[in-house]
Write a protein that binds this ligand. Structure first.
Ligand SMILES: [Zn+2]
Length: 391
């Protein structure tokens, strides 16, 4: 079957994320070109040697990089928590319990309303260069509401995560053990067909280490792969549990002991940092530097959700990671692209290499460094997802 090919040429600076392809860990190429054939990258190299193609796109010296891989988002919800944010910025502390506000609004919403919200956020992220996005349930907390959240999410992304263990459902406030039984039983049975991943919020005020282990183990037995909300608000067992169970990712990693850092560095579990959460709760940031120096694989994601991090901007996360978390611009861009792909155990995204999915972000800038150097500035010039021009 023949497909139309597109040559993107005149790329001033190309991030391939393939060190074999160019300089440094980002595999940087200058004066480069890329050929897209159908949905995949068919050729990468110097512009002067590029083959002919059916169509030609002139990058005009601007920077091209892999589309962002946002491996942590909560997009199936209804309602608004502006007042809570406003109160917090006026001095109130953040606690995990605020999730219940969104649960009430989400349960009351129609399927169509939830899907329209979700599609809007996926589109909003895409326009900013995010071509792969993960999406969790966790604002339903009943068998029916969790299953419908995942059914809806699965229509928009293959990266769906069962997070029935987000907080204890209000109906089970006096019986958390009963809620864990539900999450590991009937609710899991209803949700597993629509999910790739199982997640748990292992935190004071949410689920302790034993409960989290029960949730993840039950999910694994149903064929789901674990990822964990770990060590966000306090030190705790989440990171060690994630590593022990072979989780793809431990997310947040804000409060880590030396043992936690060593465990991550010696494992296949990615440390996913979510600086939007610390920004929006006025909390201390995790140290990307400490994790990278120890040898851990680090990803950056938005944690887009209405309570603690209502941003879909990966560029914002990159800028904060560079300014506040000790990461270099190159490390932050890698973490937001190939790091996210590792956190989702995807080998087809996060790079610009032959055979990769043609997920590309063209910046209105000569270098990927501008993502940190020009914070808050909309730098998206063009976006392709699986070879299709989307923005
Ligand atoms: Zn989250």
């Amino acid at each position: 079957m023949s497909t139309r090919t597109t040559l993107i040429t005149g790329i001033g600076s190309l991030v391939t994320n393939d060190p074999g392809h160019g300089t440094g860990p980002l595999g940087l190429l200058t004066d480069a070109a890329v050929v897209i054939d159908g949905g995949t990258v068919a050729w990468v190299g110097p512009a002067a040697q590029a083959p002919a193609a059916d169509e030609r796109f002139e990058a005009g010296g601007r920077a091209l990089l892999p589309g962002f891989v946002d491996s942590h988002a909560h997009l199936v919800f209804a309602g608004d928590r502006t007042a809570e944010f406003n109160a917090r910025m006026s001095g109130q502390a953040y606690s995990a319990g605020g999730i219940r506000t969104t649960v009430a609004a989400t349960r009351a919403a129609s399927d169509a309303e939830l899907e329209a919200n979700l599609a809007g956020f996926v589109r909003e992220a895409l326009r900013q260069g995010t071509t792969t996005i993960e999406c969790k349930s966790g604002y339903g907390l009943t068998v029916e509401d969790e299953a419908r959240a995942l059914r809806i999410a699965a229509r928009h992304t293959p990266e769906t995560t069962y997070l029935g263990a987000h907080v204890v459902a209000p109906e089970y406030a006096d019986d958390p053990a009963g809620y864990v039984d539900l999450v590991t039983g009937e609710m899991l049975d209803a949700c597993a067909p629509h999910a790739r991943w199982v997640d748990v919020f292992c935190e004071q005020g949410a689920f302790d280490g034993d409960q989290a282990r029960a949730v993840l183990t039950a999910g694994i037995e149903k064929g789901l792969t674990p990822r964990v909300h770990a060590n966000q608000l306090t030190y705790g067992p989440g990171v060690q549990l994630a590593v022990e169970l072979g989780a793809a990712s431990a997310d947040h990693c804000t409060h880590l002991t030396d043992e936690d850092v060593a465990a991550l560095a010696g494992s296949g579990t990615v440390a996913t940092l979510l600086p939007g959460a610390e920004f929006s709760t006025r909390a201390d940031y995790p140290s990307g530097r400490r994790l990278l120096d120890a040898g851990a694989v680090v990803a950056l994601s938005t944690d887009c959700n209405p309570g603690s991090s209502f941003t879909s901007s990966m560029a914002f996360c990159i800028a904060v990671a560079v300014r506040e978390m000790g990461m270099t611009p190159d490390e932050a861009v890698w973490a937001a692209t190939l790091g996210g792909a590792h956190a989702l155990r995807r080998s087809d995204v996060g790079t610009v290499t032959v055979g990769a999915r043609a997920d590309l972000l063209l910046l209105e800038a000569p270098s990927h460094v501008h993502l940190a150097y020009r914070p808050g500035v909309p730098l998206t010039a063009a976006v392709w997802r699986a070879g299709v021009r989307e923005a």
